[in-house]
Design a protein around this ligand. Structure first.
Ligand SMILES: *Cc1c(COP(=O)(O)O)cnc(C)c1O
Length: 372
């Protein structure tokens, strides 16, 4: 038995299989999105594997993650888009990162860092095509592009990309994606008129890759699909798309006991045994990222048997019921549907969230290990 009572098994073959599937879905370049510790799967492991599989572009939200990632993939291109005023952009340029620019302050700070370091800043101009989150508004884009063209002429910056993000691409019927794509085309014209010609345009995340071929442009930015979780299980389950779960979450049972009928289980006795029951304790709780909303609704697998959660999920543990449960047996919370396991999406559906949240919030204290 492992000395760690819980672990997330991370499957290299599942990751490779998902990369292959995405590559077969598009002729565009692939940027692996590895923000949030590779969606909870472990940044270093996922980045090295993807790189070994020939992925040359990586995207992370936070500048700090990008700086860490640089150590694992020294020769890859890395795009980062979350940094706030006063961030150490000189360090970012020294680490050879590509920077998103979507506001006047960011452009001014990137310019200052380029002047200070003498390093040409590689920019991806971010435009807001209808998410109201990041990026230049179309109305401000002409001015920004004019300024960027001047900086490019001065040799301070080099425009690599023009990019945006889709708000509703997980809903193939909304019409919003077509609208945002039209605004993106307008943005391309606006920057071209200012004399800025990006090398690559990119717009699509996983749901764009899977469900909106017209958004693929030169490069696509899948995150969740790489990890074998559906962008929207109401549109398609991961296994129906052909994706394989990269993470299997499991833990060794801590204790087991027999209780009589009428036993109140866990805090506030939200479950009371209707009859004699065999209970056991799984050493994972909400501090490890297990949703408290899973109390009394989700279940785990022990030796292929379905064992329901009884009572409230606690901070570090929760109680399950099942015939023959013994300390030391392994409870699997979620994994790949093809192994007959509940998936992260199943947990999401039961706990009023999305698969993204289930995998990203698994605590860093849970060991990530290579799946056998
Ligand atoms: C998170 C993110 C992605 C990846 O999204 P998925 O839905 O996980 O594929 C792509 N681009 C941007 C800007 C993001 O923030």
């Amino acid at each position: 038995m492992s000395s760690h009572p819980s672990r997330a098994l991370i499957s290299r073959s599942a990751l490779s299989s998902n990369i292959d599937l995405l590559r077969a879905t598009t002729s565009s370049q692939l940027m692996a999105i590895v923000k949030a510790g590779a969606y909870g799967h472990g940044l270093e492991r996922i980045a090295r594997w993807a790189h070994d599989d020939g992925v040359t572009w990586f995207g992370v939200a936070q500048l700090t993650e990008a700086l860490e990632l640089r150590r694992y993939v020294p020769d890859a291109r890395i795009l980062t888009w979350i940094f706030t005023p006063g961030a150490d952009l000189a360090k970012a340029l020294s680490a050879n990162l590509d920077l998103s620019v979507g506001s006047a302050w960011a452009l001014a700070e990137i310019e200052a860092a380029a002047r200070a370091t003498g390093i040409v800043a590689r920019l991806h101009i971010k435009v807001d095509t209808g998410m109201a989150r990041g990026g230049f508004a179309i109305a401000d884009l002409a001015d920004a592009a004019t300024k960027i063209a001047a900086l490019e002429a001065e040799g301070l910056v080099s425009v690599v990309g023009l990019w945006s993000h889709l708000a509703c691409s997980d809903d193939p019927t909304s019409g919003e994606t077509e609208y945002q794509t039209a605004v993106f085309e307008e943005a391309r014209t606006v920057v071209a008129e200012a004399g800025v010609v990006p090398e690559i345009l990119h717009l699509a995340a996983s749901s764009g890759v899977l469900w909106h071929p017209s958004t693929h442009y030169d490069l696509v930015r899948p995150g969740i699909a790489l990890y074998g979780v559906s962008p929207n299980l109401e549109v398609a389950r991961a296994e129906d798309i052909g994706l394989r779960a990269v993470m299997q979450l499991e833990a060794d049972l801590l204790t087991s006991r027999d209780v009589p009928a009428g036993a109140g289980v866990s805090y506030n006795h939200t479950y009371r045994t209707p009859a004699h029951a065999r209970l056991a304790v799984v050493p994972l709780g909400y501090a490890d990222g297990i949703p408290r909303l899973a109390s009394n609704v989700a279940n785990v697998r022990v030796n292929d048997a379905v064992c329901p959660i009884r009572g409230r999920v606690c901070m570090d543990q929760f109680v399950i019921e099942g015939v023959g449960l013994e300390a030391g047996q392994t409870a699997i919370l979620f994994g790949d549907a093809r192994d007959g396991l509940p998936t992260a999406d199943d947990w999401a559906a039961l706990t009023q969230t999305i698969g993204y949240e289930i995998v990203t919030r698994i605590g860093r204290q849970v060991q990530r290990v290579d799946a056998p």
